[in-house]
Design a protein around this ligand. Sequence first.
Ligand code: ADP
Ligand code: MG
Length: 346
Amino acid sequence: MSIEVSHLTKKFNNFTAVRDVSFQVETGSLVAILGPSGSGKSTLLRIIAGLETPDSGDVKLTGEEATFLSARDRNVGFVFQHYALFKHMTVEQNIAFGLKVRKMPKDLIDQRVSELLKLIQLNGLGKRFPSQLSGGQRQRVALARALAPRPRVLLLDEPFGALDAKVRDELRAWITRLHEETEVTTLFVTHDQHEALEIADSILVMNKGAIEQEGTALEIFDKPATHFVAQFVGETNYIESDLCEPELVCWGPFKFSVNGFKLGDKIRIYFRPNDVYVSSNPETLQVKGKISKMRFRGPLIELTLDIGEQKSITALVPKGVALASGFRESSQVYIGITDFHAFRSN
Ligand code: ADP
Ligand code: MG
């Protein structure tokens, strides 16, 4: 195990920024911490890096107690969104910085720097200054600088947050390859669910200082453990209703089979737009609806479906299916919900 944190709590005055957080990160894995702004992600990362002291709990790095080690003694690499490169130093000098501090012999430094330039695919640009690089290239240099001293773990706090969407996409793919090559245990903080779902082996979803769920991208997406996760990760419809019969929630013409609820419970049902099946034929679908709006979203089409009694839901269908079915605004359609999650809301 490379990172083990147990019962970490951190308060700023009366405000609890990190609340009893425990998790483990296996050696060599890439784990994302996903949560909205203000959920405590950076504070948690700063505690692991040694830049912040917890009020209680402890941090172990590669099995060793590290809670009270200084940042310098932890041998942790980090890259933050605004962790700028040294402007007056070239790319090579930036990458070599941590090695010089550690008094590594010059020939070994040169060797390591050229290895890293190759790794970040910037061979030939070693003599440039940061101002002569693009934003994406600069963040790659920041990563090389963090990796140079062969840290025990790499902590990345929204490293691509300041870059535009296309560059972020490229760097995401790149960081997955980089991780496969270096196998450095990496903790990656982001508020962007696509980033987390795409790059991480496993994801910790954080809300209000606490971890709400830990799992693979698939588990988080398909089996949300809490209201918050269901709403925050992926798009979702939700409706609120109650039991009309034991083990059955009714909402307009829809019926959802549930268990573990009792009469009088308010129940919230979440279902994803891509789990709404829409057809122009009745097939076995009994719920009728009307397409009130169609919105093109690349390969998918978003349908707003009116079900009557001022009820409407959203469906996402592949463009080909929508065209082949002749869907258009005000078409009558038949609707089924193929997957949903129910939580008590009172
Ligand atoms: P995130 O990285 O998820 O956006 P942060 O860890 O930066 O969240 O912040 C969590 C909460 O703690 C925020 O409400 C923030 O205002 C508060 N906070 C963070 N650092 C400090 C600090 N040094 N002093 C007071 N409050 C802080
Ligand atoms: Mg932050």
